[in-house]
Design a protein around this ligand. Structure first.
Ligand code: PRP
Length: 180
């Protein structure tokens, strides 16, 4: 896997340090409130696990899986729910956990769907923010890192389901996705 990575953008240590900072910030912001963290499968799993493990307060977790129609590398904005939440979010403080926000189309759809279910609050924590690619404005309450418009993999992010288990965020060599 590592030989397919052109460069490391964010090291394992940098990620872990930032995850701990975000955990502290979330703990402070939600003090005295019940918190339900909603991870979006599959990319956010790694981040979600480390983030919740870095928190020293009780936290409920749930997961949702969505897929966008269209090609695998371009978001179409038409999103389908593959796995819905197990729990009701009505009256609860919900924090959506994402690995990366690119065009913003996936997140916009999820925010619309979840808002209709009447949560007490609804916020977003994204590890990576690829601002250059944004097509729709979505509010990001917590961001790990801004990343350039490059093909990033690792720490949950994949290319054709590979590279998710790299402990760092790297840029994939162009020849890897060109030959696929
Ligand atoms: C990625 C990522 C976001 C979405 C961001 O998911 O996890 O959900 O794309 O793109 P957008 O801002 O342009 O909508 P992907 O569909 O690759 O699925 P995965 O999480 O299973 O890897």
């Amino acid at each position: 896997m590592r030989e397919d990575v052109a460069k490391i953008l964010i090291t394992e240590e940098e990620i872990q340090r930032r995850v701990r900072e975000l955990a502290r910030q979330i703990e402070r912001d939600y003090e005295g409130k019940d918190l339900l963290m909603v991870g979006l499968l599959k990319g956010a799993v790694t981040f979600m696990v480390d983030l919740t493990r870095a928190m020293q307060r009780p936290v409920a977790v749930d997961f949702m899986a969505v897929s966008s129609y269209g090609s695998s590398t371009e978001s179409s904005g038409i999103v389908r729910i593959l796995k819905d939440l197990d729990e009701s979010i009505e009256g609860r403080h919900v924090l959506i956990v994402e690995d990366i926000v690119d065009t913003g189309l996936t997140l916009r759809y999820i925010l619309e769907v979840l808002r209709q279910r009447g949560p007490a609050s609804l916020r977003v924590c994204a590890l990576l923010n690829k601002k250059e690619r944004r097509l729709v404005d979505v509010p990001l309450d917590y961001v790990g890192f801004d990343v350039p418009n490059e093909f990033v993999v690792g720490y949950g992010l994949d290319f054709r389901q590979i590279y998710r288990n790299l402990p760092f965020i790297g840029v994939l060599k162009p020849e890897v996705y060109a030959r696929a």
